[in-house]
Write a protein that binds this ligand. Sequence first.
Ligand code: TXA
Ligand code: MG
Length: 320
Amino acid sequence: QPPDRKTRMLAPDAEGINVAAALLRAGKLVAFPTETVYGLGADARDDAAVAGIYAAKARPAFNPLIVHLPDLDAVRTIAEVGPAAEDLAAAFWPGPLTLVLPVRDASELSRLVTAGLETVAVRVPAAPLAQELLRAAAIPVAAPSANPSGRISPTHAAHVMQGLVGRIDAVLDGGACEVGVESTILDVTGPPKLLRPGGLPAEALEAALGAPLARLPDHQPDRPSAPGQLTSHYAPNARLRLNAEVLRKGETLLGFGPVPDAALNLSPTGDLVEATANLFAMLHRLDTPEVTTIAVSPIPDHGLGTAINDRLKRAAAPRV
Ligand code: TXA
Ligand code: MG
């Protein structure tokens, strides 16, 4: 797909929101900030618009999209919301949780959104700008992360521009994303199953459900039912070496906690919330020709640390 679109940067004011909403309603591609990462939005009912998302990102068409809606009532118009989903929605929406639900018969969603599945992933984002945009547009908005497929996810409008300028119609600039990693994806079409760790810690879901979650096996590259299952994802140009206790010659250290010699530090005090918010922006900053290997300090594997380690593992995976 040649980069032949004029990409407008829209300010986060009433005018910018109205223009973004009108573009979405006209079948255009608009990147917008959520509390997790920037999404690349399109009208989820419009085949041509949704096809544009796949083309702009060079995304494999077997990888379905998340539909964004302003509230639970809007979700009910496209999906069957069962009792478990009701409880989780009451506890965690709006917020960084995506639920996989059965598609409603009456749903007018493009088949390209669900990649032909009988289920749909839905999310009610909390970021005020995303809320205002979804209410102004008043349509279901399909939105994957606003980056070329396989690359580092965007947490600033500038990241979106770097990756997709000329391929999309606008970016609504809302500054930095507060959470910094994608939403947690939970399949509730059967016993709740964690498809992707993310911005809502699994421990919070388990506490709300009162039971441990089923999880996917770590790694199923042939059957990607969630994005993280693709072998290589979220990847910078440099190689990554994880759990680095000692820095080797020629490496650039991405630190966590009070470690010496870090080029950048996710959180000098060892705060997982701060580290999550910094993760993708720091990987973007280290994505330069001078950096050949990024060594990353060990990150605790609980709470948000699980999502950080998941993304780092994908970023370190062999490239296809
Ligand atoms: O935080 C987020 O979730 C961001 C922001 C923009 O909302 N979006 C995001 O979208 O991360 P994306 O496309 O990068 O990841 C969504 C993943 C898909 O790759 C797909 O594997 C999974 O959700 N998914 C979508 N529909 C599904 C379904 N019906 N069943 C199982 N997994 C599904
Ligand atoms: Mg993504």
